[in-house]
Every structure is written in structure tokens, then in C-alpha cells.
Ligand binder design. Structure first.
Ligand code: ADP
Ligand code: MG
Length: 569
């Protein structure tokens, strides 16, 4: 407002919005409430896209995947205490996955919180967030909002990306200051994620190892997908002639049908390779920590690792050639060093891989062809595989146990950053948040392939999908439960612990919100319904009936589920 004899005024609300917009951040994912209701309203009025969810964890997951897709921090906005804690789960997950995200939460009055005098939603949010994210900041004065937002952006995207918490106490929003001074206090972050060039000696060391390899292998991880160095990565694979395996969210960096893809011979190449080049992939549980049976004879391999985080090196096994820097710069340096006439790997290695690939692919093709009712996982996935083949720019979101494990190997991807899934934690609940942000950020059609259990963690957001009329098609693999739909209570009192209501009609939930609901019992019905949804762009949910007997414990990772050996008869 303008008071007589004074200049224009601004306030905390507007400074937060202006600071985000100044840095090219134009979308907020959140849930409104005290004390940030007006912040959302004003942001929308100022032209920002404000996507209101039904639960903060889903808004947080949306922000996290927006960060992965765009290399800009995704913003999640929540209320204090419980809303903050709900969003914090997503912030921790984003940090674990190296996705840039900023969780902005309103908080209660410092004076009351610090004396623990029992404020509305009292909680020391900054202290709680700190150990679960990359950095955490609090802004107490309107004049510091510009710096606070700048620090949050830089912390989220520089080096190894991750989650940042920004604590904004309620009182901050209504603080006023001179508009001109306010505008001057804002910071447009220059070069928020500076290139980090690898040392020349480190590049030479890596090339030396690669050159001597008899059975080289490249592993592409989601860091490689995040880096958006797609052309350089493709050139590295093609010019070196080295077979590669994509981790699940790196699928499509090169098309899965590429002749050098060794995805269908994964266990063979991990076991037999002698030199392994990791590009933005960690040797964590998803790669059996780089040791054990999966990796063949102990000591039989040497690792080269490209990563922006120096401390990632030697995290699980010795890294013979660490290459620390950003993936774009590191891959370019390798390409420069390789020149145009790099010798192809020995042909017996590539021939062995090709043979195993062909055998595995034809084994799978037989399973995919079956046209059964009820469907099993393979026959249903066979239909979806064709949909993605015909629509390679669609985005696939995928979670579940069997639904995840089998879709990962059955559905080929053709373009970078089109497959979004449960990531490093193997977490359930990312589905609708990821699907919504993927649609908002890219404008492309989204196919979310969900186990019936996984869907339950974020299912209420189908209302959000309908409200914003997003081109999202959710397919629920409904086998009546977790892993399988057949467990019973041995005492006969209750349903088994892993089953849901039999023959649920999830499609009718979608109809309640004005979306399209379809009940599909055969692969033909399923592919017809998905194609219709993708053509129309209308929010759609397909209840795909899967045989309750189909499925195995925890999909492919049943070994992580401890079992009692003293189970009573
Ligand atoms: P995946 O699960 O696909 O194997 P991870 O999440 O384990 O992938 O590994 C991703 C790695 O990529 C992380 O160690 C992270 O530090 C690294 N990373 C992310 N972005 C970049 C980048 N721009 N340059 C280099 N490394 C990066
Ligand atoms: Mg299930």
C-alpha cells in the first residue's frame, strides 16, 4: 500500500514471491493453511503456478521430481509442525536421491517456541529438518529474504544436489519495508551450479584403465540423467563401443533398444566385466555395494567413478580411478582424451553379451505375448510396453513391488528422463506427486503404473489430477494386495495382513471427481483404454485386474524381508 508522504511499501509475502520469481522459479507445490494461506494466494495472483495438494508428502514428492526434471529446485510450501513433518519425508527422500528441492514451511513464533510455552503448532522445525537435508536456513527479517532464498537455491543445486529447508516464521510475512530497498535486497543467483572440471591427471588415469580393459562396462545412473549431458553421454558410449547398463531412472538416456545396451544381460556383465565406469551411479544396495556374488570373483574388477561428490569415492569398494566433477565436464574430458580412433572392446566380450541378451529377450517375449484373463504382470505389461514404444515422449511413473520390478525390465524407454520411479530408498508413495509434477513441468502425457498397494499412499491426489485437468493416466495393477492378494489370518479373525478388499473398483474413485474410470480385465482392454486416455489427455484411472496369485514377495528383493525360523505351527 501507499501511505501519504512515504514511498511504496512491500512486505514479507511479496519479497518471498519476488525472490523466487527473480530466480526463474515459477511453480509452487503445496498445501495451504496457517500461516502460509495468503502466500499461496498472493503467489497465484502474481502469476506463479500454485498447485494445491491434499497431503504435503505428495506436494513434496512433486517438488522433488520437478527438481530432477528441470535442474532448478522444486518448491514445496507447507504449514507448520504436522504439515512441515509431512513435507519433511519428501525432503529427506529428495536429499537421498540427490534431487534439488526447497521445503518452505511457515512456523510459529520464535519467542514462544524457544521457551516452549505451547504455541499453536509449536515445533523447532529448523532443528528437526537439519539432519535430514543438505542445508537448513531461517529468515527472521524481511530484509534478509533475498539472501535466504539465494542461499537455499545455491545449496540445493550446487555440487551434489539435494533438499534444503527454509523456515519462515509467521511474523515475517507481514513485516513491511520500503519497496525500493526491498527490491534491492533480492539476489539473482549467478551460476547457481558451477561446472566442476575434473583434474587432467584424473582423466588420464581413467582413460588408462579403460584402454587396458578386456571386458569394459559403463553403468549409467540417475545422476547422468539429471546432468542433461545427453549428447556427450551417448557419444561416450558409441565412440568407445563399450556396452552399458542403465540404472532404472537412467533408462532412455540411450534408447533401451540400442545395440550397446546390456540391460538384458545385466547379471552377466556385472559378474564378468573387468573395468566398470560408473557415471552418476552409486555403489549402494541397488548395485549390491560393488561386491559379493553379483560382481563375480573378489578383486576381479576395477572401478572408474564419475561423481560430483568426492566423498562418494571408496564408499563401498576401492575406486581405482576417481573422476570428481560434474558429469558434463567429466564425460567431455574423457571424449577429448579418447580422440576419434578409440579401439572397440574385444569382440568376444560384445559377442557373449549379444548372445545372452538375445536369449533373455526371447524368453521374455514369450511371456509378454500371453493374452490371459485375469491378466498376470507380464501380459499386462506387454500391453503397456507397446504403448510407450508408440509414444516415446510420454513420461512413465512407476511404483509397487512386482509392478515396479517387472515394469523396469519389460517397458523399454527411448528418451532421457522419461522414467520416474521409487529411487534410492525404493520408497512407496511417490506415484501421484511425481505424475502431477511431470505433467505440470513437461506438458507431456503421463502414464503412472502403480501397484494397488503403492497407489494407496498417494491415491487421494487423483482429485488434484482432476482439479487441474492433467493429462495423467493411472493404471492400477490390482491383485488384491501387497505382493499377492491371497494371505489369510491364521486365527481366522481378520483379513490377512497383506490383503485389501477383494476386487476393489479403483476406477470408480476417479469417476467421483469427474475423471474417466475404466475396468480392464484383458491386455486388449488395457491397451485400448490407455491409448484413449493418452489421445484425449483426460485424467483417467484404469483398474487393471491382475491374478491375485501372481506376484512374489517384495518383487525381486524378497531377500531383504527377514523371515522367522521359529514360526509356530
Ligand atoms: P542410481 O540410483 O541411478 O544408481 P544414484 O542416485 O545412486 O543413481 O547416484 C547418482 C549420483 O550422481 C550421486 O552420487 C550424485 O552425487 C551424482 N550426481 C548428481 N548430479 C551430478 C552431476 N551433475 N555431475 C556429477 N555427478 C552428479
Ligand atoms: Mg498388489
Amino acid at each position: 500500500g501507499q501511505a501519504e508522504g512515504h514511498g511504496e511499501l512491500t512486505d514479507g509475502f511479496h519479497l518471498v514471491i519476488d525472490a523466487l520469481k527473480l530466480n526463474g522459479i515459477n511453480t509452487i507445490y503445496g498445501v495451504p493453511g496457517i500461516p502460509i494461506t495468503d502466500l499461496g494466494r498472493l503467489a497465484q495472483a502474481e502469476g506463479m503456478r500454485v498447485i494445491s495438494f491434499r497431503h504435503e508428502q505428495n506436494a513434496g514428492n512433486a517438488a522433488a521430481i520437478a527438481g530432477f526434471l528441470t535442474k532448478k529446485p522444486g518448491i514445496c510450501l507447507t504449514v507448520s509442525a504436522p504439515g512441515f513433518l509431512n513435507g519433511l519425508t519428501a525432503l529427506a527422500n529428495a536429499t537421498t536421491n540427490c534431487f534439488p528441492m526447497i521445503l518452505i514451511s511457515g512456523s510459529s513464533e520464535r519467542e514462544i517456541v524457544d521457551l516452549q510455552q505451547g504455541d499453536y503448532e509449536e515445533m523447532d522445525q529448523l532443528a528437526i529438518a537439519k539432519p535430514l537435508c543438505k542445508a537448513a536456513f531461517r529468515v527472521l527479517h524481511a530484509a534478509d529474504i533475498g539472501i535466504g532464498v539465494a542461499r537455499a537455491i545455491r545449496a540445493a543445486v550446487s555440487g551434489r544436489p539435494g533438499g534444503v529447508y527454509l523456515d519462515l516464521p509467521a511474523k515475517l510475512f507481514s513485516q513491511v519495508m520500503d519497496a525500493e530497498a526491498g527490491a534491492k535486497s533480492l539476489v539473482k543467483v549467478i551460476d547457481p551450479a558451477p561446472a566442476q572440471l575434473p583434474a587432467p591427471a584424473a582423466v588420464q588415469r581413467a582413460l588408462g584403465l579403460l584402454k587396458g580393459a578386456k571386458r569394459p562396462l559403463i553403468i549409467l545412473g540417475k545422476g547422468a540423467a539429471y546432468a542433461q549431458a545427453d549428447d556427450a553421454i551417448r557419444a561416450l558410449v558409441e565412440r568407445s563401443g563399450i556396452p552399458y547398463v542403465p540404472m532404472s531412472m537412467a533408462k532412455g538416456l540411450l534408447p533401451d533398444t540400442h545395440p550397446l545396451s546390456a540391460g538384458a544381460a545385466r547379471s552377466l556383465v556385472l559378474k564378468d566385466a573387468d573395468v566398470v565406469l560408473l557415471v552418476g551411479a552409486r555403489l549402494n544396495w541397488l548395485l549390491s555395494h560393488g561386491k559379493g556374488k553379483t560382481w563375480g570373483e573378489p578383486g576381479s574388477k576395477k572401478f572408474i567413478q564419475i561423481d560430483i561428490e568426492p566423498r562418494e569415492m571408496d564408499s563401498n569398494v576401492e575406486i581405482a580411478a576417481p573422476l570428481v566433477g560434474d558429469i558434463g565436464s567429466c564425460v567431455s574430458a574423457l571424449l577429448d582424451g579418447m580422440g576419434e580412433n578409440w579401439p572397440a572392446p574385444p569382440s568376444d566380450w560384445t559377442a557373449t553379451i549379444a548372445e545372452r541378451k538375445e536369449a533373455n529377450l526371447s524368453k521374455m517375449a514369450a511371456k509378454l505375448r500371453k493374452n490371459t484373463a485375469p491378466m498376470d504382470f507380464h501380459s499386462a505389461l506387454g500391453a503397456l510396453r507397446t504403448v510407450i514404444k508408440e509414444r516415446p515422449d510420454a513420461i512413465l511413473v512407476n511404483e509397487g513391488a512386482n509392478t515396479l520390478d517387472l515394469a523396469r525390465s519389460v517397458i523399454d524407454m527411448y528418451q532421457p528422463r522419461k522414467r520416474l520411479d521409487v529411487g534410492t530408498w525404493g520408497v512407496m508413495g511417490i506415484g501421484m506427486g511425481f505424475a502431477i509434477a511431470a505433467a505440470i513441468e513437461t506438458g507431456k502425457p503421463v502414464l503412472a503404473v502403480e501397484g494397488d498397494s503403492a497407489f494407496g499412499f498417494s491415491g487421494m491426489e487423483i482429485e488434484t489430477i482432476c482439479r487441474y485437468n492433467l493429462p495423467v493416466c493411472v493404471v492400477i495393477f490390482n491383485n488384491n494386495g501387497i505382493y499377492r492378494g491371497t494371505d489369510t489370518d491364521p486365527t481366522g479373525r481378520d483379513p490377512g495382513t497383506t490383503v485389501f478388499v477383494k476386487d476393489s473398483r479403483y476406477d470408480r474413485m476417479m469417476e467421483a471427481f469427474g475423471g474417466v474410470g475404466v475396468h480392464a480385465t484383458t491386455p486388449d482392454e488395457l491397451s485400448r483404454a490407455v491409448n484413449e486416455a493418452m489421445d484425449s489427455g483426460r485424467p483417467t484411472l484404469i483398474n487393471a485386474v491382475i491374478d491375485p496369485q501372481a506376484g512374489t514377495e517384495s518383487g525381486n528383493i524378497g531377500s531383504l524381508n527377514p523371515q522367522s525360523s521359529v514360526r509356530k505351527k
